[in-house]
Design a protein around this ligand. Structure first.
Ligand code: UPG
Length: 473
C-alpha cells in the first residue's frame, strides 16, 4: 500500500514566511512548525554557525519541503533584495544573529555590524518591498542584572555587554520603524533560557564550536565530549547556591513565534475594522489597548519564559536522571557578568499572545539529552538524510522495518537518524522485544516488509547491523 504525503507547492501555500537564521537552533524548530501548519517557508542563513542539515531534518519531521534556501547574510542588502524579488512574503521571522556574550566582549564591532547592521538592512528591504510584519528574536539579556523578580517587560533596560546592547539597539530600530510607519507590525520576543530539542531527536542544539551555555555543556559531558561540567558559582543567594534561570523548551519558544505571526496578522484586521468603526466605539476600544501600543505604534514586546526558576544543580540532577549517568562536576568561581537569579514574568505573553509553555523542565532536559545521544557528533555525523522531494503528490511505498530495542528507544528516531530516510510515519507498534515502524521513502533499502525477526531478510539484518554499530543499541 502506498503512503501519500501532502507536499504543497508554492502555489498552494496560503502564506509565505521568510525565516532568517532558519538553520539555527531555534530557527529550525520554528521551520518545523511553519511547515506543519501549512505555511510556505523560505530560509536565508549565512551558515556561519549552522548547517543546512537542520533544515533537511526539519523537512523530514514535517514531511514537507521548504520553498527555498538561500545562503545569504542579512547584512548583504542586495542579496536580500534578490530574495524579496522572488516571493511575496507575508511576514519575516528574524533569528539570524550572533549570540555569544563572551565573543561580543572581545569583538564588539562584529556584534554591532552583524546584529544591528543586519536589522537595519532587513527592515530597509522589508520597507522597500512592502513587507511589514516582523517577529524579532530578542533576549532577556536586554534587562541586564535584575532590579526585581520576576522580570516583566517594563523592567529597566540596562544590558551589561555588547551582545545585550546590540539586541536592545535592534529593538530600538524596530520601535522607531513602527513609529515612523504605522504599516509596520513588530513582535519583539525576549527569550529567557531556551533549551531542549524536538521530540524526534532529529533537530536540537548543535553548536559548531565548544558550547558556553549550560545544557549543551551538560549533554556533551554526558556524551564524554567534555570531561566535566564547571559549575560557575556555588555561593549565590539561591536555594542551593547555584545560579537560577528560567529555562523554556525550544518547541514552546518556537510556538510563541507562530502565535506572534498570528497576532500581528490580527493587528491588520483590527486596523481595517477600526477604520470602519464609529469614532466613539473606536475611542472606547483604544482606551483598552496596552500602553505599549500607544507608545510604540504596532511594536509589541513579550517575555518568553515559563516564570519558573531552576538552579544549575537542579538541571544537572534532571540530566542525570534522564541519562542514568553521573555528571562529573568542577566547582568553579562565578563567571564574570553572571547573576544569581533570572526569572521571567510571562503574563503579557500568556494573555496577549495566548501563549503558554507546555513542557516542564524534565522534558526539556530529557529531549536535550536524547538529541545529544542520537547525534553524538551533532549534525556532522555523516548521516545522509535525503532531501524531501519537492513535488506535489509523491507516493512512496512504505517499508516496514523491525528493530530490536533493548530499552524504550523510539524506533522512528533510530530509523530516521541512521538510515537517511526522508519521511516516516508516526504509526508504529511495539512488541515485547521488537518495535515495528512504518517508514516511507527510503532509497537505500528497498525491501518491502520484514517480520519481527531481523534475521529474516538480509536487508533487515543490514539495517539492524547499522543501528547497532552506530548507536550501540
Ligand atoms: O558550563 C556552564 C555554563 C553555565 N553555567 C551556569 O548556568 C547558568 C545558565 O548559564 P547559560 O546557559 O550560559 O545562560 P545565561 O548565562 O543565563 O545566558 C543565556 O540567557 C541570557 C538571557 O537570560 C541570554 O542573554 C544569553 O544569550 C544566554 O546565553 C548560569 O548560572 C551559569 O553560570 C554553569 O554553571 N556552567
Amino acid at each position: 500500500m502506498a503512503a501519500t504525503f501532502p507536499l504543497p507547492t508554492a502555489q498552494s501555500a496560503t502564506s509565505v514566511i521568510l525565516v532568517t537564521g532558519g538553520c539555527g537552533y531555534i530557527g529550525s524548530h520554528f521551520v518545523v512548525q511553519l511547515l506543519e501548519t501549512g505555511y510556505g517557508v523560505v530560509v536565508v542563513d549565512d551558515l556561519s554557525n549552522s548547517t543546512t542539515e537542520s533544515i533537511r531534518r526539519a523537512e523530514t519531521i514535517a514531511q514537507r519541503a521548504i520553498l527555498s534556501f538561500y545562503q545569504v547574510s542579512v547584512c548583504d542588502t542586495n542579496a536580500l533584495r534578490r530574495v524579496f524579488e522572488l516571493y511575496e512574503f507575508d511576514a519575516v521571522i528574524h533569528f539570524a544573529g550572533l549570540k555569544s556574550v563572551a565573543e561580543s566582549v572581545s569583538d564588539p564591532l562584529s556584534y554591532y555590524s552583524g546584529n544591528v547592521g543586519g536589522m537595519v538592512s532587513l527592515m530597509s528591504v522589508m520597507k522597500e518591498f512592502g513587507v511589514f510584519k516582523l517577529v524579532f528574536s530578542s533576549s532577556a539579556t536586554v534587562y541586564g542584572h535584575p532590579h526585581y523578580l520576576p522580570i516583566d517587560e517594563s523592567h529597566p533596560l540596562t544590558p551589561t555587554n555588547p551582545y545585550g546592547h546590540s539586541k536592545l539597539m535592534c529593538e530600538q530600530v524596530a520601535r522607531d520603524m513602527c513609529r515612523s510607519d504605522p504599516r509596520f507590525k513588530v513582535a519583539l520576543l525576549r527569550y529567557f533560557n531556551p533549551i531542549g530539542a524536538h521530540s524526534s531527536a532529529l533537530i536540537g542544539e548543535s553548536p559548531l564550536s565548544t558550547p558556553n551555555n549550560l545544557l549543551p555543556c551538560i549533554t556533551q559531558v554526558l556524551a564524554s565530549r567534555l570531561p566535566a561540567l564547571r559549575v560557575f558559582g556555588t555561593d549565590w543567594p539561591t536555594h542551593d547556591g547555584t545560579g537560577v534561570r528560567d529555562f523554556v523548551h525550544v518547541v514552546d519558544l518556537a510556538s510563541a513565534h507562530l502565535r506572534a505571526v498570528r497576532v500581528l496578522g490580527q493587528v491588520d484586521g483590527q486596523r481595517r475594522k477600526e477604520a470602519k468603526e464609529a469614532k466613539k466605539a473606536k475611542e472606547a476600544k483604544e482606551a483598552k489597548e496596552p500602553k505599549e501600543k500607544e507608545k510604540d505604534g504596532n511594536c509589541f514586546t513579550w517575555n518568553i519564559g515559563t516564570g519558573q526558576g531552576y538552579s544549575v544543580m537542579q538541571i544537572v540532577r534532571a540530566a542525570e536522571s534522564a541519562s542514568r549517568k553521573t555528571v562529573p562536576l568542577v566547582l568553579s568561581p562565578p563567571r564574570p557578568g553572571d547573576c544569581a537569579h533570572v526569572v521571567a514574568n510571562p503574563s503579557l505573553a500568556n494573555s496577549q499572545l495566548r501563549w503558554s509553555p507546555k513542557f516542564g523542565v524534565d522534558e526539556m532536559v530529557r529531549s536535550a539529552w536524547e538529541f545529544q545521544k542520537w547525534n553524538p557528533e551533532g549534525y556532522n555525523a555523516g548521516v545522509d538524510l535525503l532531501p524531501v522531494t519537492r513535488g506535489a503528490s509523491d507516493n512512496y511505498a512504505p517499508v516496514v522495518l523491525s528493530i530490536c530495542a533493548n530499552d524504550d528507544t523510539t524506533p522512528t528516531r533510530v530509523c530516521s537518524n541512521l538510515l537517511g530516510l526522508f519521511s516516516y510515519s508516526n504509526a508504529h507498534k511495539r512488541t515485547k522485544s521488537c518495535t515495528e515502524v512504518s517508514i516511507s521513502g527510503t532509497t537505500s533499502y528497498s525491501a518491502s516488509a520484514f517480520g519481527d525477526d531481523e534475521e529474516e531478510d538480509g536487508a533487515a539484518k543490514k539495517v539492524f547491523g547499522l543501528s547497532t554499530r552506530m548507536l550501540g543499541v
